[in-house]
Design a protein. Structure first.
Length: 250
């Protein structure tokens, strides 16, 4: 999960703090700041990105229009999250923690076909017991570990997060092979191509993971995906991820 920093509240055309009458009025500002990606599953939001309340409006009505309480999400993540409480003491939130360090990919296999069926999110094996509980709470909050294949009615599946995630992983694998075989001999052109593909697919964490030993690509990913929290990556140490050093980060 990509850690994000959407910055201070936007200003209007007169340089004053922007005021809105509907929380959806923040959609363009959020896209401009953090890109059109779901902040939870990292899916590229090609149609109708939803403006979602971190703290549900029916829990804290005073925060209904507040910039600090609004993010972008896909419909499945937003629907699964609904109005469930998710304080930063019990959940990892992409605008408050270094969520990249909290999660990792898990692949489910189809024994009949002997190949990967889908990619799912689980907590990182490097976390301690308390951190794993916190990460698992977040996974369950947005149903990030569910196989949404409708085995009875396969043509009726509407939640394809797992499938798109796996598609991005396969493409990242292919481009990693290309990098090792020839891309590193023409770095500038390859990285430019890679960023174009990665930004089009979404899933920042997959690309960062596949190129975790290539500092120049990690740097390009952090700088290319809008609103990525730069303080979550150690610029002086090959852009390796670090905890955000904020309250409740760990």
């Amino acid at each position: 999960m990509r850690p994000i920093d959407k910055g201070n509240i936007p200003l209007d055309k007169n340089g004053n703090i922007k005021r809105v009458k509907d929380h959806k009025d923040w959609r363009k500002d959020l896209i401009d700041r953090i890109g059109d990606y779901c902040v939870y599953c990292e899916l590229k939001l090609t149609v109708s990105p939803q403006v979602e309340h971190v703290i549900a409006a029916n829990i804290a009505s005073a925060l209904k229009l507040t910039w600090e309480n609004l993010l972008l999400a896909c419909r499945p993540c937003n629907g699964a999250k609904s109005d469930k409480p998710c304080p930063p003491t019990t959940h990892y939130l992409p605008d408050m923690h270094n969520t990249y360090l909290a999660f990792q990919l898990n692949f489910q296999f189809n024994p009949k076909q002997d190949n990967e069926e889908g990619a799912f999110i689980t907590y990182s094996s490097t976390l301690d017991a308390n951190q794993k509980v916190k990460a698992q709470n977040t996974i369950e909050l947005c149903a990030l570990d569910e196989d949404t294949t409708n085995k009875r009615y396969p043509d009726r599946v509407t939640d394809l997060r797992w499938k798109e995630r796996y598609s991005a992983y396969r493409e990242a694998n292919e481009l990693r092979t290309d990098w090792d075989e020839w891309g590193n001999t023409m770095k500038d052109k390859f990285i430019k191509l890679l960023m174009k593909v990665a930004l089009g697919k979404g899933f920042f964490s997959i690309w960062f993971y596949k190129f975790d030993d290539v500092p120049e690509i990690k740097k390009a990913l952090v700088e290319s995906f809008p609103g990525t929290a730069k303080n979550c990556f150690d610029i002086s140490n090959d852009y390796n991820p670090i905890w955000r050093n904020l309250p409740n980060d760990i």
